[in-house]
Structures are given as C-alpha cells and as structure tokens.
Write a protein that binds this ligand. Structure first.
Ligand SMILES: NC(=O)c1ccc[n+]([C@@H]2O[C@H](COP(=O)([O-])OP(=O)(O)OC[C@H]3O[C@@H](n4cnc5c(N)ncnc54)[C@H](OP(=O)(O)O)[C@@H]3O)[C@@H](O)[C@H]2O)c1
Length: 332
C-alpha cells in the first residue's frame, strides 16, 4: 500500500506535534502544511510545501492528501474549519469542547456524508483515549461511574486552556496553570463509593503569574479567584514570579491523567478498572493519537465509509500498523 499522504492544517503546538509524529510512522508522509498565515509558518519550516488554508481546492489538487489533520483551536477554529474541510477531504480533529461534542458531531456527520468523506472528530487523550476508557469502564462494570483525574504527579499537569485564561487578565504579562488532582478523592472513587463530587472536590489549581510593570497583584489575584468556571469553583494557589522563573521552571507541556471506575461484579465482589496516561508533552501526545486516527480514517474511507466517527466507533485494529496475524499472535 502506498504511503498515506497527510496535510497538517494549522501550525501551532499540536500541528508541530503531528509533524514530529509523522516521522515515527513510516506508512505516512507529510504532504504539506496549510495555515491561515503561511508566511509565519515558512519562517520556521523549510523543504515542505506551505499553503493558504482558505485555498482548499488548490492545496487538495496540488498536495493530494488522503487525510488532513486539523490542528486548529476548538473554540473558534474547528467549528468553522471542520465542516468546511471535511466536505472536501477526509479529516481528523481534536475538538475538545466536551459539552458541544454532540452538536459538532452532527454538523461534521452531515457535511462529511454529503461529500462521501470520513471525519474523525474529538480525538486525542481527553476527549479521545479517556472517552474510550470511560465507555469501557462503564460497560464492564455496569452501574459504576468513570471519573477523570488530572495532574497526579507532584508538579501537576499544565492546563493550556487555564493558562490562556490567566493571560487574558489585565495586568498579566505571562502565566501558566498547573492542575492537581485531590488524592483523597481518587481514593474515594477507588473504594467504589461512586461519590457526587463538585469540580473543586476533584482538583485544585496552581497559578504562576508574571505581572506587567505597575500591575496590582491584589486586583489580579481577586480576578483569578473569582473567574467563573476556570478558578472560582476551585481552591486556587497564586504565585507571582519573574519571567525568568516562568521560562525556566515552567517549560514544556507536561500533563497526565487517570480514568478510574469502581463497582462490583456479579455476586458483589469489588472490581476496579484504571487507565493512566503520562505525557512529557501534551500536544505531542495528542498529535500521536491523531496520527493513528488518520490511518484509521483512511482505512474507513477505502472501505467506502463516510460521515463522522469518534474513537468509540473505530475498531482498535484500524489504528495499528500491525497485520491481523501479528495482532492475534502478539497483542491478544
Ligand atoms: N483532545 C485532546 O486531548 C486535546 C489535547 C490538547 C489539545 N487539544 C486541542 O488542540 C487544539 C490546538 O491546540 P494547540 O496547543 O496546538 O493550539 P495553538 O498552539 O494555539 O494553535 C491553534 C492554532 O492557532 C494558530 N497559531 C498557532 N501559533 C500561532 C501564532 N504564534 N500566531 C498566530 N497564530 C498561531 C494556528 O493556526 P494557523 O496556522 O492556521 O494560523 C494553530 O493551528 C486546542 O484548542 C485543543 O482544543 C485537544
């Protein structure tokens, strides 16, 4: 089978991660990068075609992608780029606005079906791998609830969304936010209590903030602590630091998480399933998962399938480069 031709749509953290991941997947080749700002991309990339994302007919004709991996942001980019592009080429994206996934699925399903294309949506680690683990936990232990905890290590996990939220506050020059799981709450779940948690029962938030010259730390701290959704429901620690400290101590994008479901089997014996991910780089990990889904998207398309798919709809063997025989012999 010829190599799968992949176009990376959007050049940010995840886009760079996909380009790096493709080097470890010899059945795939980077056909090109498309961006709203090709000039910005060309400053750091050479030897790869870089085109304007809006010129979809042109780059599809020139780059001949089997699949485009959409690496734009979930808030503003994917709701527009997803339906427009899956009407022209098979796509994979990591749309992570959980409450809007049903609506996004519907839009993508209808656009992709009308065009006879496959659109794999909302993959990565959460949503993505953790969605699958929640589903399996609940199916194998009926009545159990699967809980997600993030930031289990000592330094916690870097939340890019919460870091972005901090940076929108007037007076904040730069910031990072680390999420910490409340270990006592994990133990309650492990004991099979299936508790009703508020968000603040499960996680705390640790902020590292660099202030603009002359900014009032009290005012910034108050804005952080009362920010609805992001910080107000949580115990939040705020550390004001220098830019040098932030650059040195808060480099990279580490994150981790755990899905845990506990219940009982037939005659009341306790049972628990757990699935843990640890990532030195959240965007690179997300990219790795997306690349495996690109392989699956192409396989589905070659079978004549179309419409939107999630990780829950795709057989695990479609992600793998291993043959059926290898899977049966080595992975069962
Ligand atoms: N499912 C999961 O587990 C999971 C995990 C992590 C992230 N995600 C999702 O992945 C999305 C992308 O994350 P990300 O970290 O790659 O976001 P990002 O770095 O902000 O990039 C998003 C888009 O912004 C543009 N961009 C990037 N850097 C820029 C710059 N310096 N100046 C101007 N524009 C720039 C790029 O589009 P253009 O090249 O077109 O300008 C890029 O595709 C997130 O929104 C999140 O929804 C999902």
């Amino acid at each position: 089978m010829s190599q799968i031709r992949v176009v990376v749509a959007g050049y940010g953290n995840v886009g760079r991660g996909v380009i790096a991941a493709l080097k470890n997947n010899p059945d795939m080749i980077l056909a090109g990068i498309v961006s709203r700002n090709p000039d910005r991309v060309k400053k750091t990339v050479s030897g790869i075609p870089v085109m304007q994302i809006a010129d979809a007919d042109q780059w599809i004709a020139e780059l001949r992608p089997d699949v485009a991996i959409l690496c734009g942001g979930s808030k503003d980019d994917l709701p527009v780029q997803g339906p427009a592009l899956c009407a022209k080429v098979c796509t994979v994206d990591s749309f992570d606005n959980h409450s809007r996934i049903p609506e996004y699925f519907k839009t993508m399903d209808s656009a992709a079906n009308a065009a006879g294309k496959v659109a794999v949506i909302s993959t990565g680690w959460d949503p993505g791998i953790f969605s699958l683990e929640r589903t399996l936990g609940n199916a194998f232990l009926p009545g159990s609830r699967a809980y997600g905890f993030y930031g289990l290590g000592e330094s916690g996990g870097l939340s890019m969304g919460h870091s972005d939220a901090l940076r929108t506050i007037p007076g904040v020059k730069d910031a990072r936010q680390y999420t910490h799981a409340v270990t006592g709450s994990i133990e309650k779940v492990r004991r099979g209590e299936n508790p009703d948690f508020t968000a603040g029962d499960m996680h705390t938030r640790e902020c590292f903030v660099v202030l603009e010259d002359g900014a009032d730390p009290e005012k910034v701290a108050e804005t952080i602590r009362t920010m609805p959704g992001y910080f107000a429901p949580y115990k939040t620690e705020i550390n004001f630091v220098s830019q040098e400290y932030l650059n040195e101590k808060c480099a990279g994008f580490p994150h981790d998480g755990l899905v845990v479901a506990a219940g009982v089997t037939g005659s009341g014996n306790p049972a628990r399933v757990e699935y843990r991910c640890q990532w030195g780089s959240n965007p690179e990990a997300t990219a790795n998962v997306m690349v495996a889904h690109a392989r699956a998207a192409v396989r589905l398309a070659r079978e004549g399938r179309s419409g939107a798919f999630t990780i829950l709809d795709i057989p695990a063997s479609y992600f793998s480069t291993a043959s059926k025989e290898e899977l049966l012999a080595k992975f069962m």
